[in-house]
Design a protein around this ligand. Structure first.
Ligand code: DHE
Length: 545
């Protein structure tokens, strides 16, 4: 029996490209695994939306385990159905229990993942160039801000399921502009000047928004791959905003762009060998990227091979690449307060890899003593006992790990876990503070406990070992996810992640603003469908977290 397979991708557009590019025919291994072409296509889309990020397009496994037929067929339908429906203790969401998949969809997915994965197409410079649109060239953009708002306290907010970015005035809380972006837009980074917002969609589409415009709009866009999660700009002195970089999940590659126009300059594949076993990996995806302040370089994590690449952009057509062996699988991370040390989660091994951007080397792989560290960019503060520290939470349990980051003033604590405290429960995704705040905040959007999903834990920096100082319940629907301060550090903003389908009931999503002095809710910014990541201009430019 034959099953027609299309490639993995995101949007309808990808499916169209795929149909042109791939007309593979996959033989289902058992009669009961047969899917019609329509069922296969719908499962392919569900897999891309819900599963590929953790398990990989080729299903070789990463944050989640491998899902190739040699693994899934022996596991059997019942076990697979249970995993998909109920989730796992390791952090996999229960898609059925959460109401994301019906029983019938779950059954189809069980069959789908027992079939061979479809092979996605490539996306080379010809495709990248053809997708580039310079909507407003630099000489047609404003020469000074067209408004009196404080650009440095604006927020760019990802409206995930709407594929849009909301630009919000942090002072007045007005939504100034809502701009289309890539599909399921993932993150935002700011230009060093603080004028431009760079976004990346899950479909690899990067956009650039000008905050000087009266109503900020997209000035350029480009599709650098078919599946992506990261973008950043050049920040080293003399190179501020000159170049941008977009990391790709599929194809596994990165593209260097002109920082003012997004015109593509260079495309580089990340295909290669795992750092430890030196086996070829067909899908080493680009995870987090940060811009070094010590050299004209990006610090770029290659997830599956466990390498951190230092990409030198002095001569972007001939980029220098230093490969540093770190750990697998590299995911998200951020700077310590001095911005010399980059700390990134290696979630397969429950480690935090620490890279010294000045000496361009790995300092340590610290055991995070929890399951699946997930820092976002982490949180930095000065502990009265341990000195400067950085912290991460975990998806798979309730551990908050605190790591010393000051080798000069506190050498005994540096690059070691100095303490661990407990969040409300497992399922933490983000942790945040501000240098002017007394508090460290954690969310629990993936908690198995429904109450905890909308409750934040607040820790007192002066007594971190005292555990949670206070809990703040922020919503009676959805999930409270991703934390960000305003520029002054006196308001903490959290997103409520609702459902696109519940928008007409006022439960599509919103932002809750908490007064940092009283730890009480001070404002709500409603009607922000699936509001997720929030990025304050000043804090993002200056790595305040
Ligand atoms: Fe993210 C950061 C990848 C799921 C919201 N996410 C990142 C980064 C990576 C990544 C590599 C770091 C980018 C950087 O710093 O350059 N995320 C992935 C996945 O592969 C994964 C596990 C599954 C997927 O298919 O995408 C995943 N992420 C999620 C979510 O489910 C979240 C909550 C909602 C969503 O958009 O899908 C989510 N990820 C975010 C946010 C950030 C992020 C808000 C930026 C955090 C920050 O403060 O910098």
């Amino acid at each position: 029996m034959l099953v027609v397979a299309f490639m993995a991708g995101g949007t309808q557009a990808i499916a169209e490209e795929a149909k042109k590019a791939v007309a593979d025919v996959v033989v289902a291994s058992q009669t009961e695994l047969v899917l019609t072409p329509e069922q296969f296509e719908s499962c392919r889309q569900v897999y891309f939306d819900r599963c590929a990020g953790c398990h990989g397009v080729l299903r070789k496994g990463a944050t989640g385990g491998a899902l190739t037929p040699d693994k899934t067929i022996p596991m059997g339908a019942k076990k697979l159905r249970d995993f998909i429906w109920h989730g796992t203790g390791g952090g996999m969401p229960g898609w059925g229990k959460m109401g994301v998949m019906t029983a019938a969809e779950t059954d189809l997915m069980v069959k789908y993942i027992q079939n061979e994965p479809p092979i996605p197409p490539q996306w080379d410079m010809k495709n990248v160039k053809a997708s580039w649109k310079l909507l407003i060239p630099p000489d047609k953009r404003p020469t000074k801000p067209e408004h009196n708002r404080d650009v440095s306290n604006m927020f760019a907010v990802t409206l995930r399921d709407a594929g849009q970015i909301a630009i919000i005035d942090g002072d007045t809380k007005e939504v100034i502009s809502t701009v289309n972006s890539g599909y399921a837009v993932h993150i935002v980074r700011m230009s060093m000047s603080g004028r431009y917002v760079y976004t990346i969609g899950r479909d690899g589409k990067a956009t650039m928004i000008d905050l000087w415009m009266k109503k900020p709009e997209t000035v350029a866009e480009i599709r650098c791959s078919l599946d992506a999660r990261s973008v950043d700009v050049s920040k080293f002195k003399g190179f501020e905003d000159k170049y941008a970089i977009v990391g790709g999940y599929w194809p596994p590659q990165f593209v260097i762009l002109d920082g003012a126009t997004l015109e593509p300059i260079k495309i580089v594949s990340t295909l290669g060998y795992t750092y430890d076993t030196e086996e070829f990996h067909p899908e080493p995806r680009v995870a987090s990227i940060v811009a070094s302040h010590f050299a004209p370089e990006w610090v770029m994590c290659v997830k599956e091979t466990g390498q951190v690449w230092l990409v030198n952009y002095t001569d972007p057509n001939n980029p220098g690449i230093k490969m540093i062996e770190a750990e697998r699988f590299l995911h998200d991370g951020g700077w310590d307060a001095s911005r010399r040390y980059f700390l990134v989660a290696a979630n397969m091994r429950n480690k935090v890899s620490i890279i010294d951007a000045k000496e361009q080397r790995l300092i340590a792989n610290v055991d995070s003593q929890g399951i699946k560290p997930h820092p976002g960019r982490g949180a930095n503060w000065v502990d009265p006992q341990f000195g400067p520290v950085w912290a991460t939470g975990h998806i798979g349990d309730d551990v908050i790990s605190i790591i010393g980051t000051d080798p000069v003033g506190h050498p005994d604590n540096a690059f070691k876990m100095v303490a661990k405290v407990q969040a409300l429960s497992s399922g933490n995704l983000f942790i945040k503070t501000h240098s002017k705040s007394k508090w460290v905040w954690v969310d629990h959007p993936l908690s198995k406990n429904e109450e905890h999903r909308t409750t934040l834990g607040v820790f007192d920096k002066a007594n971190i070992k005292g555990g949670i100082f206070k809990t703040v319940k922020v919503s009676d629907y959805g999930k409270a996810v991703h934390l960000e301060y305003n520029k002054a550090g006196d308001e903490m903003w959290v997103s409520i992640w609702g459902n696109l389908g519940d928008a007409d009931k006022g439960k599509g999503g919103e932002i809750v603003v908490i007064d940092d002095a009283t730890l009480t809710i001070k404002a709500r910014i409603p009607n922000l469908v699936t509001a997720t990541g929030k990025f304050n201009v000043y804090n993002t430019v200056h790595d305040v977290y």
